[in-house]
Ligand binder design. Structure first.
Ligand SMILES: *Cc1c(COP(=O)(O)O)cnc(C)c1O
Length: 483
């Protein structure tokens, strides 16, 4: 499998999966994609239907990472996708499913279900990919006798998923910046209670953007970055996207009896990483009817799928909402879909994303390309705080099921796109305990807390408070890498 950049640089070069695993953007600023999507045969679909999650993951991933020896890849997926890791389930018997399907009911003659993606260590769907990344990174680094220092900034979900994926891994350290005293007590405890010596929590005296700016400044110091082997695990990482393709297959098999049936998925979206994986599953031949993009008040993506206009939001127009993991001003994986939408024309992708940088967006409404959005199955909708609260309440009363704020955005928008006879699967991206304030507002009761998390906030915490100062952060990295 060869990988290319959406912006076309180095078109003649070969990039294997391992070549791009530890990197981020391609050198022309584009994103990596396979030179062609592997197609899944009818025989494979039949054979895969009954596979356990780890073996399904092996079958799918082996099409994309054919440079990793099969026995190694199989060992990696089996080590990653275990019932012990994805144990924070509603029903005990479903842990073995890794991503159990929870049927809600039938609405407008369409079966409605949740695909539980948040039963991992940090109770959010990012664990699905990040746990695999932790094992892949450790494997790749050991092969070449290398080490990696992951530097990141987080306002919650991504940072904790990265830390739980990298804790105790050979050759890897994590330096995670978070805004001091700005996260919820639960999120803070989740990250800061980790005692692993390779995990460093830096509580920055400032807001999330200050932390983010420090990470950018350190990454732009190329000499420092090279000397201290600084890397990232942000959402544009190709391995993260491809790991997410697996649960679309798993969800499809759980919701259907035969491969003649079609299903639709609704995806609570921010950076377009999750739904991009759904797009890839569809391109591989999985019988997906619709991919429903659900946004919150930050509706950059909904606006595009309704109008053909992609308009990046300014800071003042980017809202802090009660589904905070979808609060984005631009969608960093969107370029991957645009590349396919434009018939894989890198020159036009380059021009459009130059327009994004220079003019803040682009408009495909008048071009024939936008009409093709439907061929790719995409539709969209958005949600707001009131509809989120109302949906949490309604799903609890009607189906005795407590959902988090992001999943509520998904259910709200899914209901606008139901088709008779076609199962609608809403991806459950987090558990309610992470967003307790809105649960209390909606249900006047405490969110459900998985047993493993009782007393979390009382555990001893390990973190370092630092001023919002690039040099102080660099000094900390130098002092703790022994380089
Ligand atoms: C990250 C996240 C999302 C958004 O996923 P994208 O891949 O960025 O579109 C939605 N819900 C939750 C809970 C998340 O953590």
């Amino acid at each position: 499998m060869n990988y290319l950049s959406t912006r076309g640089a180095g078109a003649g070069e070969r990039h294997t999966f391992s070549d791009i695993l530890l990197g981020g953007l391609a050198k022309d600023g584009g994103l990596y994609l396979p030179a062609a999507y592997p197609r899944v045969s009818a025989d494979e679909l039949t054979r895969w239907r009954t596979l356990p999650y780890a073996d399904l993951a092996f079958e799918i991933l082996s099409k994309f990472c054919d440079d990793i020896p099969a026995e190694d890849l199989r060992a990696l997926t089996r080590k990653t996708y275990t019932a012990a890791t994805y144990c924070n389930v509603r029903d005990d018997e479903s842990a073995a499913q890794i991503t159990p399907l929870k049927t809600l009911g039938t609405e407008n003659d369409a079966p409605l279900a949740l695909l539980e993606l948040s039963n991992g260590p940090t109770l959010a769907f990012k664990d699905m990919a990040m746990q695999l990344i932790g094992n892949l990174f450790e494997y790749a680094l050991a092969k070449h006798g290398e080490t990696l220092n992951i530097l990141g900034a987080t306002s919650g979900d991504t940072g904790s998923a990265a830390e739980y994926a990298m804790r105790g891994k050979q050759g890897i350290r994590v330096f995670m910046l978070s805004p001091h005293k700005k996260m919820s007590a639960f999120q803070t405890a989740q990250m800061y209670s980790l005692q692993d010596p390779n995990i460093f929590n830096l509580a920055v005296e400032g807001v999330f953007d200050d932390a983010q700016d420090i990470v950018k400044a350190v990454s732009n110091d190329h000499a420092f970055k090279a000397k201290y082997k600084i890397g990232t695990v942000n959402s544009i990482n190709w391995a993260r996207v491809v790991a997410q393709v697996v649960y679309y297959f798993k969800g499809y098999f759980a919701a259907t009896k035969s491969n003649d049936e079609r299903v639709s998925f609704t995806v609570p979206s921010g950076n377009f990483g999750n739904v991009c994986a759904g797009h890839i599953a569809r391109m591989m031949g999985l019988p997906i009817e619709k991919l429903v993009v659900a946004t919150n008040e930050n509706d950059v993506l909904d606006e595009f799928f309704r109008t053909g206009i992609y308009r990046v939001r300014k800071a003042a127009e980017t809202y802090h909402t009660s589904s905070p993991s979808m609060d984005i001003s631009k969608a960093s994986n969107f370029e991957r879909f645009v590349f396919d939408l434009l018939g894989r024309d890198p020159a036009r992708v380059l021009q459009l994303f130059r327009d994004v940088e220079e003019k803040g967006g682009f408009d495909l409404a008048a071009s024939g390309d936008f009409a093709r959005v439907k061929e790719f199955g995409f539709v969209s909708g958005s949600s707001n705080h009131d509809s989120r609260v109302e949906t949490i309440r309604d799903v609890f009363q009607r189906y005795d099921t407590m959902i988090d704020t992001h999943t509520a955005d998904g259910v709200k928008v899914a209901r606008e796109h139901l088709q008779a006879g076609i199962p609608m699967i809403v991806l459950e991206t987090a558990q309610p305990i992470k967003f307790g304030e809105t649960i209390r507002e909606a249900l006047l009761r405490e969110p459900e807390r998985p047993a493993a998390f009782s007393g979390l906030e009382a555990l001893p915490q390990r973190f370092e408070v630092v001023p919002a100062d690039v040099q102080r952060v660099k000094d900390f990295i130098v002092a703790n890498t022994g380089a």
